[in-house]
Structure formats: structure tokens, C-alpha cells
Design a protein around this ligand. Structure first.
Ligand code: NG1
Length: 416
């Protein structure tokens, strides 16, 4: 596989923990280690599933997997954390899912997908450890999917390039019930240290944009978990349905008016042909209420992504921060995926001195991302402790509340 040279990737103490736990569990040494990072989305929320470009980066928090090939087709995985029960299943074309929201589904998802596409006859024994805050909008789920997919590809000798593999893992994760886009899997696979990733879809492409040396992105967890089952999952899928519905109405109207060809179906083409202003003008005339708001968010957010990339290149932190603020407003008012806590946290970020802040990931809880200059980081972190965590009695002495996100390398695998 065309993976980055893992020797250049920092080795983590957590990797050693997974190796030791593997030996304790299985009585032999693992033969491989795989790792996949979580991600934080800087801007471009809820538009990847419309094949519009997004701008995330892989972070230093990772899932690590120590594993060893098995002769049969079983996968047996333990987590170092006591919170997750052991999962064992046999690889096949139709792997029976656990109940919605069960962590085992993220392990079965890549097995199910790879078995549909390739001859997958070997499973593996594995032990996992992760330091990505869970259910916090930082894609611990996609990191899990990627790391298991990587291990299965390795033990079955599948020769897969990084981007097609990321596409497969995006398809794979839909097994869990969310009709997601491909951002998380792509950046967790294709991220690069010190760079953010401009991701385009259909076909998948990544352009790496250097994060200015003095910029710092801080992640702050609201403390409200986004469980990928129940409300968050159905609300996510509903947003997708609504914005697709709005698009169908606009493309029909625009083609009746002779503004676009009747075969144009995607937001990307509509934006390219009509431009933001005309697209919104038509929407304001043809749509109302929820559908108008959903359409407006998708269109304006796509435009913000393009501007934000330019502003990172020209190192204009204030203007970049203002776009993050505008993105949050749009997610709150038009896409309605924010929450009381996320809104309060965004306000606390600005009061603590950040140049801009917004919810990151799907929303409905989870985390906020903010931007600040390097020399203000301590002040911002302290301000959040005082302004948000303290009054709510949320502990800040763990690694789960707020931390500086380091633009990090994508997944890798090593053979021992
Ligand atoms: P998170 O925050 O990891 O649930 C989800 C989707 C992304 C994207 C964002 C919103 C999955 C695996 N991830 O991310 O594709 O649509 O929401 O921008 O479904």
C-alpha cells in the first residue's frame, strides 16, 4: 500500500500500551501496529455529503491497534478501556450488526465493506487504545473504522492506495446507520503533519495547506456527548434529506427558467453555474422556512470554505476567525445543529480572546474549534476554564476538556 513511511511518524506511549495489553491477552506478541488520527474540521460543516469541499485537519489524538493475523476469518478485538466489551465476529458479505450505537458496529463496518469488494479470508486478533475524546465530534468513530480497515487490508495482502481506501471506508461507515459524507475518513487517512487538508469529493482529492506557524487551533469539548444513535443520528440524516429536497426544488426552477441544464443535480454544479447570489435569490423566491434555511447554509458554507483557504494562505487570522463565527451562526440559525452548551461555549471562546469559534463536526453536542495567536493560547485556555468549565463543574485536569490541536499525519501501519 502507498502509505507514509511510519518511521517518520512519532511513536506514542499508547502504542506500547496496546502492545503490552495484546501480549497479556493473547500470550504472543502482535505482528503489526496501525494507528489512525481523529480530526477537527476547521470550516465546511454538513456539506461533505453534498460533495462540496471541506477544510479539516488530522489531530494528534489517535486510535492505536496492535494486531496479529489469524488463520481463520474471525476478528477478535479488545479495548484497553473497560468501558467497551470485547467484540468477536466472523468476516462475511453480510455481517450482522449489533444494536445501533454499539461500538462493535464500527469494527464490523470495514470488514463488511472489504468483504463485499475483495477476497478477505483472514481475520485478526487485536487490542485497541485511543486518546480521542469519545462522542465529542472529533471522529473517533472514523479513526476506529480506518484502523480496523487498515489491519484487514494488511493481513489479507490487499494492495490499496490511500484515497480509494478512504473512499471505501466512507462507504463502510454508512453500515452504522449515518448517511455521512467522506470528510472524516479522508483526513484521518490523508492528513499531513503541519498542514490542514482541503478535501474535494467526486473524485476524492486532498490539497495540503500549511497552517501558519503562529496560528493555534484550540478544541474545547462542551461536555455533552453526541451519541451516534437515536436523536443525533436521525437529526443528521434529516438535515441531509432536507437539504437534498431543497436542492431538487431549486434545480427544477432554475432549469425551467433556462438558467441551468436539466441534468444538473448537485450543489456543486448549481453554485458553479449560478453563483452564490443568484442561487440564494432563487431560493428566497421559491423556498420558505426549513428548506430555505437548509439551502442557504449549504451554499454560504461552501463559499466560506473557499475564502477560508485563501485566508490561511495569506495568514489573515482575524478574517479567518470571522468566517468561523459566521459558520457557527449559520449552523445555529439555518442548519439548526447547535445546542445551548455549544452556543455558550462559542461565546466563552470569544470572551477568552479567540479570534473566532464555531461548533465542529455534526453538532448536537460535542466540541467547538477556535482560532487564536500562539502568544494568546494560555490566556484562552485559562479563560475557558474560568468562563465555561468552572461554572459547570466540568473537570479540566483530564485530557478530555480543552487542548491545542496539532495538525498531524494521517494513518500508518508498521510490521514488527
Ligand atoms: P462527526 O462529527 O464525526 O459525526 C459527521 C460526518 C461527516 C460530516 C460532519 C458534519 C460521519 C462519519 N461523519 O461528522 O461526514 O458530514 O458530520 O460536517 O458521518
Amino acid at each position: 500500500m502507498n502509505w507514509p513511511n511510519p518511521r517518520q511518524v512519532d511513536r506514542s506511549p499508547l502504542e506500547l500500551i496496546s502492545g503490552d495489553a495484546f501480549f497479556k491477552e493473547f500470550g504472543v506478541q502482535p505482528t503489526h501496529f496501525a494507528r489512525a488520527p481523529g480530526r477537527v474540521n476547521l470550516i465546511g460543516e454538513h456539506i461533505d455529503y453534498h460533495d462540496l469541499p471541506v477544510f479539516p485537519m488530522a489531530i494528534q489524538r489517535q486510535v492505536y491497534l496492535a494486531f496479529r493475523c489469524r488463520d481463520d476469518g474471525f476478528v477478535r478485538i479488545r479495548s484497553v478501556s473497560e468501558d467497551f466489551e470485547e467484540v468477536e465476529f466472523e468476516i462475511g458479505r453480510e455481517i450482522t450488526a449489533n444494536l445501533q450505537g454499539h461500538w462493535g458496529n464500527y469494527l464490523k463496518a470495514p470488514a463488511n465493506e472489504l468483504a463485499r469488494r475483495f477476497a478477505v479470508s483472514h481475520g485478526f486478533d487485536g487490542v485497541l487504545v485511543s486518546d480521542i475524546p469519545i462522542a465529542a465530534g472529533l471522529s473517533s468513530s472514523s479513526a476506529l473504522v480506518n484502523v480496523v480497515g487498515l489491519a484487514l487490508a494488511e493481513v489479507n495482502g490487499l494492495e490499496l492506495e490511500t484515497l480509494p481506501f478512504a473512499d471505501m471506508m466512507a462507504d463502510a461507515e454508512r453500515y452504522t446507520g449515518t448517511r455521512g459524507g467522506g470528510m472524516d475518513q479522508a483526513v484521518s487517512i490523508g492528513g499531513q503533519a503541519r498542514y490542514a487538508a482541503q478535501i474535494e469529493f467526486g473524485p476524492l482529492k486532498i490539497r495540503h495547506i500549511l497552517v501558519p506557524e503562529k496560528w493555534r487551533f484550540v478544541i474545547a469539548n462542551s461536555g455533552v456527548r453526541v451519541e451516534k444513535s437515536g436523536y443525533a443520528m436521525s437529526a443528521y440524516n434529516a438535515r441531509r434529506d432536507e437539504s437534498e429536497h431543497a436542492l431538487r426544488i431549486i434545480t427544477k426552477t432554475a432549469s425551467e427558467r433556462g438558467l441551468i441544464h436539466s441534468q444538473v443535480t448537485g450543489y456543486r454544479d448549481v453554485l458553479e453555474i449560478l453563483g452564490e447570489d443568484i442561487a440564494i435569490e432563487i431560493a428566497e423566491a421559491e423556498l420558505e422556512g426549513t428548506l430555505l434555511r437548509r439551502f442557504r447554509h449549504v451554499v454560504t458554507e461552501a463559499v466560506r470554505v473557499g475564502k477560508a483557504i485563501g485566508l490561511m494562505v495569506s495568514e489573515d487570522i482575524q478574517a479567518f476567525g470571522s468566517l468561523m463565527d459566521a459558520s457557527h451562526r449559520s449552523l445555529r440559525v439555518d442548519y439548526e445543529v447547535s445546542s445551548v452548551e455549544l452556543d455558550e461555549l462559542v461565546v466563552a471562546c470569544r470572551e477568552a480572546g479567540a479570534a473566532g469559534a464555531r461548533l465542529t463536526g455534526a453538532g448536537f453536542g460535542g466540541s467547538v474549534i477556535m482560532i487564536t495567536e500562539q502568544e494568546k493560547v494560555d490566556e484562552v485556555l485559562e479563560g475557558l476554564s474560568q468562563g465555561y468549565y468552572g461554572p459547570r463543574g466540568i473537570r479540566t485536569d483530564t485530557d478530555q476538556s480543552h487542548f491545542v490541536a496539532k495538525p498531524s499525519a494521517g494513518a500508518s501501519i508498521i510490521t514488527l
